[in-house]
Design a protein. Sequence first.
Length: 213
Amino acid sequence: MRVRDFLFVVLLCASLFLLQAACGTDEQTRQEEKGLAENSTPRGERLPQTSLPMPPIAESLTRSSHGQPSEPGFTLLDDRPMKLADYQGQVVVLDFYATWCPPCREEVPHLVSLQKRFGKQGLRVVGLNVGGPDDRAEVPGFVKDYGIQYELGFPAPEMTDLYLSDNSAIPQTFVFDRQGRLVKRFIGYDESVPAALEDVIQEALGDQVTSDE
């Protein structure tokens, strides 16, 4: 094998490995990831690089006056407009996903379990679809296939920019405490995430935490 051919093979393998590491939200990446079998993705805790204050439930956003930026929100499947501020007093898990994303699908059963077990203690899981316009039609079937009972919706573009500004890989899962403070950000989903996510949720729930299972 010639050196040039060898280098081409090495670069090709490296590119495929990177594509398997996380689901992207742009259409080109979507098409590439449909053929990938690898489901694990890296995990991180960095805050998004944004011009708006984090967490988005901050007083300057939730009670903005005329001329100030308002908190970006999302629309639930029943067309109700919502904001993170509407969940104040509860522990909120915001999960950005797409139906075509393998790690997102892998994560869903765990989110279903968490909502079922800790919902009475004040946990609210909200799945926000960022799979693109074509993916919206897939959501009802996705709900049925996975038995999803937590809330699902579609974020406003400003909300997507706020949360995914520095990294558009999905799934991304944000945990907020009862005061609306961001306490943990997970990028991707692998075997280490379930236990870590549950630990963060239980800590945020505090003394009220009990499992219904």
